[in-house]
Write a new protein. Structure first.
Length: 731
């Protein structure tokens, strides 16, 4: 909430002030160049703290018939207003030690005068100055809110210079540049506000302190200014301006502006006759001026120049970011607060079927005027106003919960709802599995047994995402609550894949773990990729068994564990080279290696390595980190030709093997625990994490991932799943 307030303010402020800010930033860039170009002239030939005012006055008087004034500029140049031999008044830069003329002071280039006027007042005089003051204030507000957003994004003030998460370039460089220039921009804006306030006399200026001194009659009179102690002791570095006396009349004084005061000095005795100390506010004004203009300090001028350029970049990148954010907003659900909703939809989905129907339900209920909140089963909590809970969940593995629902049962037992709840559970599953909709059945049972939970409809099961079945439920439930629920989704109805012939090219013997590798080739040309499933119906059975495919060249490589009672594995093991079998390829797009992934962590145990054998066989420059757990070293020897030997010299493929029954007795999650840095790096670099193997292993790995992300990460499992950075295919 706080984050969105800051982001919203940052955006609105930037939008309102954008045009003026653009003018101020461009002119700021030009004006920042001026002190750099000026300093580059190099008339600061002497160190001013080693030359006395007396010396300079002496030499300049020797060189010119008449001198009216001296000025020590912020650039360290000494400027004199003199009368030349042609009786012309002229401003010249001089060598403070010799009085020699270094150059005639040129008129300020027109571009800088133009830029100054535009920068200060937009050529609108007082009104323009007011505008500019307001813009400076807005810039200050933008910079401060931006700073807060930066701290939030980087995870705290101390982590401001920590690694920036990879994102699209505009966002990434918005963050990178703001780390360097946010403070200079705050300084520019603050001093801009200050200078404007000062211009409009909004800053109280205290009276200056004037002290008059009476001169001593017996004071020593000197012939030469160089001999007068005051002039001998005052170094040029303390001097800002000197106005020379018009004549030798003792009533005519040197009027000298020093860094902290103004003094009138008797030209013959060196006595100070009058002194005016500047108030503190004067020093603040001076510092503000230097900080805002960079006058006299090349280094700061360069910082100001870069900061002004960065403001232009922030305006561009901020525009791109806002457009992206707004277009994304249109695509995502804008949900009310969970505690304001009467209807709660809880989802458990592995491959998105239940989720897409849940979204349709959300939209239908919302269109029917209900206040609805939708979340994952894992994020179950107490809902202040909830009266209806609808659960859409699939079943995975062997009758188990999908990843985003695996914590539900545990949480449900500890959380109580404030109101009585009317509930309905819809189970998504497949009759092909022995444990048809088992998880939904378990959830329904749990709710039934819970006091305060009243079933609104009995458990409804959906076989293979059947549209007619879900619509039927929609009609029944809609009737109960008086809302039409068409539950239309854009889900394509999956056609049952056609059976085709596959030839057995090779089948190995069983290894120590009773697993074998079988290589098949489609008889007719067919398209498939690693991660898809090969479905076979063993003789004398009606239910298909699916095996994860590794595509190696044009062949299908399956890694199978032979179960003594397993009809599918026994059938495959009975096949000899040359045999032809009927099977179909089921596309399993949720477990494909993303084409764009430049880094992938592949986590497997046992035969779960199968799809990865094929995914590694790519020409793409992906960096692979393969964590593979097996019981013993001997368990993996069977795969050496496909893995260790094949990629032995490939620097892109890194293997981390763990054995649970020998050596260190490590499980795959133990090996991952010590290489958490790899997980974090791959997530940060927008790579993918893929898990294939037993559900028990998957759960342990997800626990580790969750723990790792909560300690060091900037995201969570749900977001990784949503963005496709975490893919699981376990059984
Ligand atoms: C590896 C795997 C295991 C599955 N296990 C079961 C199961 O035990 N029981 C079941 O009814 N359905 C099982 N299914 C089928 C899914 O539950 C079904 O396809 C469901 O529509 C998926 O919904 P989702 O995309 O929302 O996760 C399994 C599917 C796969 C790919």
């Amino acid at each position: 909430m706080t984050l969105s307030i800051w982001r919203y303010s940052h955006f609105v402020l930037a939008l309102v002030s954008s045009l003026f800010l653009l003018v101020a930033a461009i002119t700021g860039v030009i004006l920042a160049i001026e002190p750099i170009a000026h300093q580059a002239k190099g008339y600061d030939v002497r160190k001013l703290d080693g030359i006395s005012l007396g010396t300079t006055i002496g030499v300049v008087k020797e060189n010119y018939d008449e001198v009216f004034a001296l000025e020590v500029t912020t650039a360290g140049f000494v400027k004199a207003a003199v009368l030349t031999s042609e009786m012309e008044t002229q401003d010249v830069y001089i060598d403070a030690l010799t009085g020699e003329t270094l150059a005639i002071v040129q008129e300020r280039p027109a571009i800088y005068s133009f830029a100054t006027n535009l920068h200060r007042s937009l050529f609108l005089k007082t009104l323009g100055r007011v505008f500019v003051g307001i813009i400076a204030f807005l810039l200050l507000a933008i910079a401060v809110t931006g700073f807060l957003l930066l701290i939030q994004r980087q995870g705290g003030l101390r982590k401001i210079f920590a690694r920036v998460h990879k994102d699209y370039p505009e966002l990434r460089y918005h963050v990178v540049l703001s780390r360097w220039f946010i403070i200079p921009i705050i300084i520019i804006a603050f001093t801009g506000v200050y200078l404007s306030a000062e211009k409009f006399e909004l800053i109280p200026s205290p009276e200056t302190e004037l002290v008059e001194y009476t001169s001593q009659d017996d004071a020593v009179r000197y012939d030469r200014v160089t001999e007068i102690p005051f002039f001998k002791e005052t170094m040029l570095s303390e001097v800002r301006e000197v106005a020379f006396p018009f004549s030798s009349d003792p009533e005519e004084y040197y009027e000298i502006a020093l860094s902290d005061k103004e003094v009138y000095v008797n030209q013959a005795t060196g006595e100070i006759v009058r002194s005016t100390t500047y108030p503190f506010i004067e020093a603040v004004s001076k510092i503000s001026w230097v900080l805002h203009t960079g006058e006299g300090t090349v280094l700061w001028s360069i910082v100001l120049l870069l900061a002004s350029i960065s403001i232009l970049y922030f305006m561009y990148s901020g525009c791109v970011m806002s457009i992206k954010r707004l277009s994304k907003k249109g695509r995502t659900l804008k949900m009310p607060d969970k505690d304001d909703c009467e209807y709660i939809i809880l989802v458990g989905s592995e491959t998105g079927t239940s989720h897409s129907y849940a979204r349709a339900l959300y939209q239908d209920l919302t269109a029917g005027g209900k206040n609805v909140f939708m979340t994952m089963l894992n994020t179950y909590s107490a809902f202040a106003k909830a009266q209806h809970i609808i659960i859409f969940t699939s079943t995975y593995g062997e009758g188990e919960a999908p990843t985003n629902a695996r914590k539900f049962i545990e949480k449900f037992k500890t959380i109580s709802q404030p109101n009585e709840i009317a509930y309905a559970v819809v189970g998504f599953g497949s009759r092909e599995y022995a444990d048809y909709c088992k998880f939904a059945i378990q959830v329904d049972g749990l709710l039934q047994a819970q006091a305060g939970f009243i079933p609104q409809l009995p458990l409804h099961k959906i076989d293979n995402g059947d549209v007619a079945q879900i619509k039927e439920w929609g009609a029944q439930y809609g009737k109960r609550i008086g809302v039409t629920l068409p539950l239309d989704t854009k889900n394509k109805v999956k056609k049952a894949a056609a059976l085709q012939d596959f030839k057995v090219l090779k089948r190995t013997q069983l290894n120590v773990d009773e697993t074998f590798i079988i290589t098949l080739q489609p008889v007719k040309k067919t398209s498939f990729i690693s991660g898809d499933l090969l479905a076979i119906i063993p003789p004398d059975t009606t239910v298909a068994r699916q095996y994860s495919i590794a595509r190696v060249g044009d062949t299908i490589v399956l890694s199978v564990k032979k179960h003594s009672m397993g009809k599918g594995s026994s059938y495959l093991y009975s096949l000899n080279e040359g045999a032809i079998i009927k099977a179909s390829i089921d596309e399993n797009s949720h477990f494909h290696l993303p084409k764009k992934a430049r880094q992938a962590v592949m986590i497997a145990n046992g035969t779960g390595i199968a799809p990865f054998i094929g995914m590694l066989d790519t020409k793409a420059p992906t960096e692979f980190y393969v964590f593979w757990g097996s019981r013993t070293a001997a368990s993996t020897a069977l795969y050496d030709d496909y893995l260790l030997k094949k990629y032995a010299t490939n620097p892109r493929v890194h293997f981390y093997k763990s054995h649970s029954r020998e050596g260190d007795k490590q499980y795959v999650q133990d090996a991952l625990r010590v290489r958490r840095d790899i997980l974090l790096k791959v997530i940060e670099d927008k790579g993918v994490i893929m898990i294939c193997g037993s559900l028990a292993m998957q759960n342990d790995v997800l626990d580790l991932l969750e723990e790792t992300l909560s300690q060091y990460g900037t995201t969570d499992i749900a977001s990784l799943k949503e963005s496709g950075q975490l893919k699981t295919d376990c059984y």
